[in-house]
Design a protein around this ligand. Structure first.
Ligand code: F6R
Length: 364
């Protein structure tokens, strides 16, 4: 049942090209995005005043990416919040708001409670859900099904990747309907999204290199992930993967925040992983990385092919194929999933069932 892989997590990592393509294709019709299956009409999309994304864990990290992408493309204000915070906060919700709940299982107690809170206030809700017929899928006004298939490994990989694609298609379609992008840009974004499965496949072909690096780092005490903008959201996910399956303490930091406290934790050989997929922020993050290096850090850079000058500062670099920068998370997350996986394997840990964790958190 593991399809020849040693762990479900590795099997699921390798399923990503397919399930990303399946999820994208499920909302494409005649080469354009069609959200009628999701149940959002053009008029409803035009009337959205604001979007509130609510989720837990990795699904929350998808929400963070969604915030950047939707705001940048569709110019709709987006807030993103942890479900466990949202539900007890008496949030201010506008009647023309759209509340998006992201959940693989569709059963996460806090996410479900947040959905019910929104419904109680008669706010339109959209669930991005993987499990058909789950509570969130049944109760949300609209459902965007991710087609990841059953995810067994406790640490999410393929569901996360399909949730990202769902976010991108919403962003691109909202942008088109609200007149924020031209037809040409619209078709360009769709075409670019269609290249992602193949680019993910290419990254996976190089996994041995990550395995080698991960086995060298298996005794790390702390790992810091730093990035700006979308790259910060990617760092959050990379850091969670590292903690949950490798049991290495890690933190994700918005790179500009380092000097407001965290940099005091950098010692000789501390691993700092810089994520640099956003060209406008590249130099800024590099200079934060260099600050860490001058305090003894060992630097890994994760950046787009072509940014070779990273090698002037980084001790080890992983390149991902070029893509539109809005969609770079789909590629950058892959080496970080592999890092978490291979460190866990090198340490002989139970990769698919890390201690103290459950696949679906149905109690708060
Ligand atoms: C991390 C992970 C969790 C889930 C979170 C939400 O790898 O899997 O952080 O993302 O528990 O679960 P769902 O998406 O089922 O609501």
């Amino acid at each position: 049942e593991k399809g020849g892989y040693e762990h479900f997590m590795m099997k699921e990592i390798h399923e990503q090209p397919k399930v990303v393509a399946d999820t994208l294709n499920s909302v494409l019709k005649d080469g354009e995005i069609d959200l009628s299956g999701v149940g959002l009409s053009a008029e409803e999309i035009r009337n959205i005043s604001e979007i509130q994304i609510v989720a837990c864990g990795s699904a929350y990290h998808v929400g963070m990416v969604g915030q950047y992408v939707i705001e940048d493309l569709a110019r709709i204000p987006v807030r993103v919040e942890l479900a466990s915070e949202f539900r007890y906060r008496n949030p201010i919700l506008d009647k023309n708001m759209l509340v998006i709940i992201v959940s693989q299982s569709g059963e996460t107690a806090d996410s479900l409670a947040a959905l019910r809170e929104a419904k109680l206030r008669e706010i339109k809700t959209l669930g991005i859900v993987n499990v058909v017929g789950s509570s969130i899928a049944r109760e949300a006004d609209n459902v965007f099904y991710t087609l990841a298939g059953p995810e067994i490994s406790v640490a999410t990989t393929k569901a996360y990747s399909t949730q990202l694609i769902a976010m991108y298609t919403l962003a691109v379609q909202f942008a088109k309907i609200r007149g924020q992008i031209s037809d040409e840009q619209y078709m360009g974004y769709i075409k670019e999204m269609q290249t992602l499965p193949d680019k993910i496949r290419r990254i996976l072909e190089d996994k041995e290199r990550i395995q080698w690096f991960a086995s060298k780092q298996m005794n790390a005490k702390d790992v810091f992930f730093v990035g700006r903008g979308i790259d910060y959201a990617i760092c959050m996910e990379g850091s969670l993967k590292m903690k949950e399956i490798s049991y290495i303490h890690s933190e994700a930091y918005a790179a500009g925040e380092l000097k407001h406290g965290t940099i005091s934790l950098i010692e000789d050989e501390t691993l700092v992983i810089g994520v640099l997929t956003q060209s406008a922020l590249f130099e800024k993050t590099v200079s934060n990385m260099v600050e860490c290096k001058s305090r003894g850090a060992y630097l890994m850079g994760l950046t787009t092919t072509g940014n070779y000058n990273i090698e002037e500062s980084a001790d080890f670099t992983v390149y991902i194929p070029e893509t539109d920068e809005h969609f770079a998370t789909s590629l950058a997350v892959i080496p970080l999933q592999l890092m978490g996986y291979y460190v866990s394997v090198a340490k002989g840990l139970d990769v698919d069932k890390p201690r103290n964790l459950a696949k679906s958190v149905t109690v708060e």
